[in-house]
Write a protein that binds this ligand. Sequence first.
Ligand code: ARG
Length: 689
Amino acid sequence: MIAQSTLKLLRDRFRAAIGRIGGDPDADPGVRVATEARFGDFQCNAAMALARKLGLKPPEAAQRIVAAVAPELAEVVEPLEIANPGFINIRLRTSYLARCLESIEPPAAGAEDRLGLPKVAQPERVIVDYSSPNIAKQMHVGHLRSTIIGDAFVRVLGFQGHDVLRQNHIGDWGTAIGMVILGLWYIAARLQRGERPAEIEKRIAELHALRGKPDETRQPVLERIAAEWSLDLENQALDDFADADIQLEQLELGYIFVQALVAAIGPLVIRVKRDDLIAVPQKVTRMLQQGGPENELERRAWRRAREISVAYCQSLYDRLGVLLKPEDFRGESAYNDDLPRVITDLRLTLKPRDRSRPAADAYGELRIDQGATCVYLYDAKHQPRFKNPDGQELPMIVQKSDGAYLYATTDLAAIRYRLMECVFPAGKGATRIVYVTDARQKQHFEMFLAAARALGWLTPRVNVQHATFGSVLGEDKRPLKTRAGKNVKLAELLDEAESRALRTLDEKLDQETGPQRGPLDEAQRREIARRIGVGAVKYSDLVRDRNSDYVFSFDAMLAMEGNTAPYMLYAYARIRSIYRKVEARLGKLDPYGPDVRISLDRPEERTLALRLVRFADTLDIVAADLAPHVLCSYLFDLAGEFMRFFEACPVLQAESDSLRLSRMRLCDLTARTLRVGLGLLGIEPVERM
Ligand code: ARG
């Protein structure tokens, strides 16, 4: 009965009671957190449905529920009250709250602090597909959001005791990959010649400037650049480039160059060596995808480009303190060999539609349209599930006429692997899959998931969730860019957050203790600022409903007031310092001693205790709805309620030793809950601030 979710406990008891008196024993008993404190702590609205079922008036139905459930909950709740028309107001007994908190042991040394919460009885096998950037490109803020949000999911689900597997589905394959390889060769050759990135940037700008210019203007420029490039490709040993020491930013530059060059060609025929330039990237892609010893050069370049990209991502993950590890990278390339089978399976499984009979369920049909293999998806009434903006039915293309596979094909192969092959400690195949991408990919996910259902791979037993999120906007309310209109470099963004945090911290310490800044030396202050800076970037990604867009602002995320990381970290540090002060004055006390009782006589104590007891309920909501902002609000409320408790209820000056110990215990439980809660959001606490 203790230290589990109170909401679950109430639901179970109400559900059973309602079943016993003739209600639906499987229906949701409608127990919710009360909307206002005057209605109690929870409410139950099951009386309306029961009244309808039994032909009673709602107050009568409510009476019956109360009579049936009350004996079961005598130890847990105060006498139940009925409010019009038939709401049942539920107020927890203070003795129950105290008992819940008393049952939480101090954390064992070195072990994870679980705050007394048991792990789920039936762990799910969960895959969280997150971060998933594309190679040869810097991550943008969208990938940063996916990384931060996905990591919070992994931590919360893992904490609950689920079996969680992280998957970083990087874009390391597909049609663009030929350009990446060419980009690597290009940049390696240029750097070897001693050219500086700035010169390459100038050339890219020159190419961009060609856009829309007449053919006669474009031709000579393109020919000159192509001739230089041919020389590179002839003279340089491409083999050596595989080992060249190249950073991601340089690789990206090479890639952008190739993109700009190809984009500028238009109807012109430009040759590089003997090949028509416009066809070269596709040719390289094909050579790579064919494999075989004759294409080893392409393979090596691809491997190097991937390595450079993975190293860049991993260093960012490490800096952010997210859980992703090199072994979690399982990108699009991993599914290359499975793609033909996806097409075969679609061919064999999706039957032509027969409109004369009602369909049992949504279904799909495979058709070849102008050489491309397409999946059309219908609902049970034979209506197309997806349409263009102009109302035409929209297919999902799985193979182009030239044989190339697409993003959706790879996602089908990936979900097949995840559902049937992927190995967890406790067995094979995921029972829940969470995808974390921005909301613009919504339709892509709806389509390939519908196809996976039509194929019979994805059954209702598996819970698939596409956790979408909104955009990060600049102060101008447009997608975040630097002043020069470039993508923001994530490392620089973190640098900035950290250095601002350091400045604020130094100022604060100067004010409090003068220039000697108290007991914190330079290294300690830097570490605190690092945690605040990284924490602030993460927290601002997590604090509001993930689907809302938000304006990126260092000032807002680093503010000491409001629901921000610095505020939360400060609240934690403050409680710890209160605690240290009491200990310093009174010597080591053990608030977890066997005789210590938690006293909740003051309303502020009760409010704080109730909040602490709601932690388990909160995690359940966060995990089910994939809603980290619910945890942020919870922690914010907890911090506020703690401050009110602390103002109203003296700890050091408590009227008695036993009351002092009780309050110290509340302090410590609050600190632990903040610590665990922030940890689940991926935020490291600071002991002083
Ligand atoms: N690489 C993709 C992108 O940058 C995201 C991949 C998300 N995961 C997936 N299974 N499709 O947009």
